[in-house]
Design a protein around this ligand. Sequence first.
Ligand code: PL3
Ligand code: FE2
Ligand code: FE2
Length: 242
Amino acid sequence: MTPRQSPSSGTAAPAPSPDPTSPVYRDAYSRINGVVVVGEGLADRHFRLLARAIPEDGAELLRLGAMEGRHARDFIGCGANLGVRPDAALAKQLFAPLHALFQECDSAGDLAGCLVIQCLIVECFAVAAYRAYLPVADAYAQPITAAVLADEAEHLNYGEQWLQARFAEVGDAVAAICRRGLPVTLRILQAVAADMRAIGMDPADLVGSFCELFEQSLATIGFSATEARRLVFRSVATVPLG
Ligand code: PL3
Ligand code: FE2
Ligand code: FE2
């Protein structure tokens, strides 16, 4: 008799991994790759602006910015390897509100706001996204993504240390910018949620690990666990994934 699997056994067959050479995959990948490449390019610009705003750490911040420039080039290579060009026009549109918020903080001399946007929000977003992508990445993109991930942890760390050392003065400004920056960031994710599914990623998982990482960061810089959870939950609840 052929062994049959009981429907109640709970061992559902794993979803077949999507084929990176298929037109559906490549179409979705061009938009995801666009978000990644434009996000990395923007991170480069933000670190160069931060180097000007924090001259005592200028050399370090320029070094972090140069890493972002390399990430952008490496991810362009991941697309090229699949014969895909990043959809930069869509990605620029998606990142525009977050970049505008960074510029607003920069013009107002709100250093804490700039650091929250780049080092906490964008970097937690990058770490959560690249961790989620690793298990489904093609053989060419896998080692590149793993190397980039290690760099992003360093970027997150710079911001955490700066903000932690000044938490008494900047705590309220950090909370205020989180309330504005988290929803616009999650809207980027919302816009490419279907494309993520098409390349084998689960956008809900990504949001879950982003929230976890971000809460940890807020706790590291000085918020209580309850304050951190509330701040993240209230911002995330405004952006359903659909
Ligand atoms: C900071 O160094 C750069 C920030 C880039 C943000 C990337 C977010 C990407 C969202 C979904 C990407 C899945 C990963 C795919 C990799 C080709
Ligand atoms: Fe990066
Ligand atoms: Fe980074």
